[in-house]
Design a protein around this ligand. Sequence first.
Ligand SMILES: Nc1ncnc2c1ncn2[C@@H]1O[C@H](COP(=O)(O)OP(=O)(O)OP(=O)(O)O)[C@@H](O)[C@H]1O
Length: 671
Amino acid sequence: MTTRNDSTVAIATAPPRTVRPSRLRAIRRSLSTPGGIFGISWLLLIVVASFTAPLWSPYGPNEQTGSVALAGPSAAHWLGTDDLGRDVLTRIFTAGADAIATSALGAAVALAVAIPLALWAASRGRGTETVINRVTEIAMSIPVIIIMLTVVGIVGTNLPLIMVILGLVISTGMYRVLLGQAKSLQSQLYVDAAFVDGLTAPRVSGRHVLPGLTTTIMVQFALVFSIGLMIQTGLAFIGFGPPVPAPSWGGMIQNASTHIYDAPWLMVPTGVVLILTVFAANSIGDALSGPREKAPVRSNTRSLRARRAAASAGNTEPTGSSPVAAPSATEPALSVQGLHVGLDDGTTLVSDVSFAVSAGRVLGLVGESGCGKTLTSLSLIGLLPTSVATTAGSILWNGRDIAALSEQELFRVRGREIAFIAQEPMRALDPMFSIGSQLTGAVQRLRSVPKREAGAIATALLEQVGIVDAARVLTSYPHEISGGMAQRVAIAIALAGRPRLLIADEPTTSLDVTVQAEILSLLRQIIAEEGMTMVMVTHDLGVVADICDDVAVMYAGQIVETGAVRSVLLEPAHPYTKALLGADPHATGAGGPKRRLVSIPGQVPAPRDWPSSCRFAQRCDFATAACSGSVPLTPRPSGAGLSRCIRAEELFARPTSSLPAHAAALKEQVD
Ligand SMILES: Nc1ncnc2c1ncn2[C@@H]1O[C@H](COP(=O)(O)OP(=O)(O)OP(=O)(O)O)[C@@H](O)[C@H]1O
């Protein structure tokens, strides 16, 4: 795929107009393999021949011609006759109708139980899943044959009922298969995006998870169909089939087995038809799960599934003294105070984070990987991963505490008031739906407008994000557009609900450099035009200098320095900020003399290894024995902002050899 370097983009390649969902095309392609063609053809033949047997067969299924008992194939009886002179071909196909219908019934029942259970368990989280898993494990621990014989003992030879019960029994195993895939799909970013767009959990499951299970469902159907066929044949073989003289494949094989020495041919037709039918069903399953069946791609390190535990006043832990963030000229639109985020097992991942963002301003959250930027940003929209929750603090957005809102209240906020732009746009878009369907759907939902009007708004949104060929992009699928274009689409979807706060989690990291610049310039333009407030998560101080008004530098789950971008980047008052500036490649060559990039030795400690002293002390060039106590945030020496360093004054007064050149480069950017 290609990208364009100007501020507007056209579609990368010229894709064919695609109106058919790509999943259906993939299924059709899978079934066009030799195995698939054989399976479909044989099953079609057997279904049509079985259900029309009374129309084409010259004999009745129980019609006896004693003179030709146990005869081999002939012009009158193509597959011969049985010991009562009945036509084998007619009986095979007459029995086939019931065998196929009841096997399909069993498979349908299994799916009807397993699919909703798997979707429910995947969307509800660990508690519900554990309960369902335990129940299904108990059901699975009883051998199927014992269950089936017990059922036969109770209900007799009522084949449809037996197959319904078989379906119920098998649904437990099928549930386990579907659950794994449903959970994987549920963790995709486009599922989170759907939650952000205001969809309820059942609608997200139905619209974004269920379609992704299509192939597995079809494979499972084929599998259970053939298992049902074998089980009912086995039951009929041991005498629990349809009552005599009604034909059944198991009964016919049993009858043939009594003539294995005097009429061995009799075993062949029914045996071959049974084997071919089971083989055909399995061939379809194989074809569907063949090389084109891709395992769903998991989102990288983070599962962003929408879920957060309620952080009510009653379950919060004391926040300690949370210094208020840098004072700003206007009343903050977003005010985070003493935010703690932790795991279910009590591990703290983000501790005592406080900041404020005034309306219309952009705050950058910056730091190395693992510092807690993403968790902080996700908590702002109540989208923390499973097992992670806000454990203390408040997130005041226009006077309401996001951390205390119920899931239902969050649905009304997400997309409409607060929108989220993810790092990987391709993952935020559901590959199975066209851009038009996803964007128009979001507009319809979030603005409550009819479809036609939503279509016009969708086109306008695409134009607003710089897509010149909006009509064409609307009919494209995510895989048909470039990464930069996908991020523009993701931004358009984020704008669909006219949010006032935009949270962007490294929105340019996965894009190439020229596209990064375009997307940053687009975001800058949107914020200016719409007067939006924004929280931008980034590793990149260049991005901070480029787009942010204020910055909060995070290290090991804490804010270590915060203030206006200009003063923090040009006059850092924390050794970590200084080290980040020294390690930032973007400032090199931007006007100042060439300098060597300095890497920060060591790595960010894992949350369980945070020391009680200054968390950066182990990697800090300025650390002294006095750094072994806990360090609070205090006003920066320059007066604006806060720093978590006991040597801030000293540091501030002491320029390093590498910093001035770098500062000059950033200054150019900031200016
Ligand atoms: N679902 C999770 N379960 C357990 N620990 C997690 C989970 N998500 C994040 N963490 C941990 O929380 C800490 C903060 O993670 P977070 O993703 O917020 O960092 P980050 O600064 O955004 O990093 P990156 O830039 O790589 O995204 C890390 O130590 C991380 O390993």
